[in-house]
Write a protein that binds this ligand. Structure first.
Ligand SMILES: [Zn+2]
Length: 84
């Protein structure tokens, strides 16, 4: 049961929702869910649960499997959610 509880915790708690975690723990969570999103109207990419990302209209939303792919598209990391 302990393994199941840990799995549920990881699913329910994305990295950006846990800013108090140590960098090592945050990096581990990023390995599981490193997708990033951005708006066609800007050149900034975010973690999907960043407050700025949530204000992007669905019609303007673009996403990448990871931060490297976003940078290759000419986008830069958000300074609020630090998506890497
Ligand atoms: Zn952001």
């Amino acid at each position: 049961m302990r393994v199941l509880a840990l799995a549920l915790l990881l699913v329910a708690a994305p990295a950006a929702a846990l800013p108090f975690l140590s960098p090592a723990v945050t990096a581990h969570v990023d390995d599981v869910a490193d997708r990033v999103v951005g708006s066609r109207n800007s050149d900034v990419y975010h973690r999907p649960n960043c407050g700025h990302a949530r204000r992007i209209y669905d019609s303007n939303l673009v996403s990448w499997p990871n931060a490297v792919a976003a940078r290759e598209s000419g986008y830069r990391a958000c300074r609020v959610c630090s998506p890497g």
